[in-house]
Ligand binder design. Structure first.
Ligand code: PEP
Length: 258
């Protein structure tokens, strides 16, 4: 099965290392990824270590065709904001992508829609590509409210930025009940939401990549990627295992043929 007929959207696989790793473990992980890597893979790949390891990760990757991303960014541009990391600082470290609105930041760190919009705007101002995460809780899914929740998360951004700016962004559908739980949305459940998100994206909808995230592993990636509106994956746990990570990248590459 491949996706040659339906879109020019190249598959994208993003590894979110979260609050894991140290210099030693990062070196083992990146070397493991590079050991299985093939430069002709037909997939865009991004690694998102903790900010303090961005420089180390860039050095470990050397010139390989894997991009660097951050897990978060300040909504502030510069100034007296102790402890923050700005979009321009991330760009200065050769970051190309940044995850925004991850459910762990929304839920555990109480990030608001307003902060998420400001982060999105700051990222684009620094020429970073925001990966905007949306997704419903288990409670909302059980009440059948998933599409409403996602619409309101998207509208919070669109109402301030307009939809045109999404050409330089990536969307990620991450149902909260599937992230880090080992429970994956079925390809049909994910596909329903991906189609809905695409309908919300306006004139450029066909150009925008929408990733699925939530317990994607090597064994279930292919059936998810086979869905026409699923343009790759945002990975947590699987990104910490080099064999699993490379295997998912290879699956994405095989499925997408230009
Ligand atoms: C995530 O944190 O974005 C994620 C998808 O995690 P996991 O793959 O572990 O569910």
């Amino acid at each position: 099965m491949n996706k040659s007929s339906h879109s020019g959207r190249r598959q994208l696989v993003v590894g979110n290392w979260k609050l894991n790793g140290n210099r030693h473990e990062n070196a083992i992980l990146v070397r493991g990824i590079l050991a299985g890597w093939q430069d002709n893979l037909n997939v865009d790949v991004v690694l998102c270590p903790s900010d303090v390891y961005l420089q180390q990760t860039a050095e470990l990757l050397s010139a390989r065709s894997i991009f660097l991303g951050a897990q978060n960014v300040s909504e502030f541009w510069q100034g007296a904001f102790t402890g923050e990391v700005s979009a321009q600082m991330l760009a200065d470290l050769n970051c190309r992508f940044v995850i925004i609105g991850h459910n762990e930041r929304r839920r555990l760190l109480k990030e608001t829609d307003e902060q998420i919009v400001q982060k999105f705007i700051a990222a684009q101002r620094a020429n970073l590509t925001p990966i905007l995460c949306v997704g419903e809780s288990l409670q909302h899914r059980e009440q059948g409210l998933q599409l409403q929740v996602i619409k309101s998360q998207l509208d919070a951004v669109f109402s301030q930025t307009g939809k045109e700016c999404l050409v330089n962004a990536v969307l990620a559908y991450e149902p909260v009940w599937a992230v880090g739980t080992g429970v994956t949305a079925s390809p049909e459940q994910a596909s329903e939401v991906h189609c809905f998100i695409r309908e919300q994206l306006g004139a450029n909808a066909d150009k925008i990549r929408i990733l699925y995230g939530g317990s994607v592993k090597a064994h279930n990636a292919a059936e998810l990627f086979a869905k026409p509106d699923i343009d790759g994956a945002l990975l947590g746990g699987a990104s910490l295992n080099p064999e699993e990570f490379v295997s998912i990248c290879k699956t994405a590459s095989l499925i997408w043929q230009h």
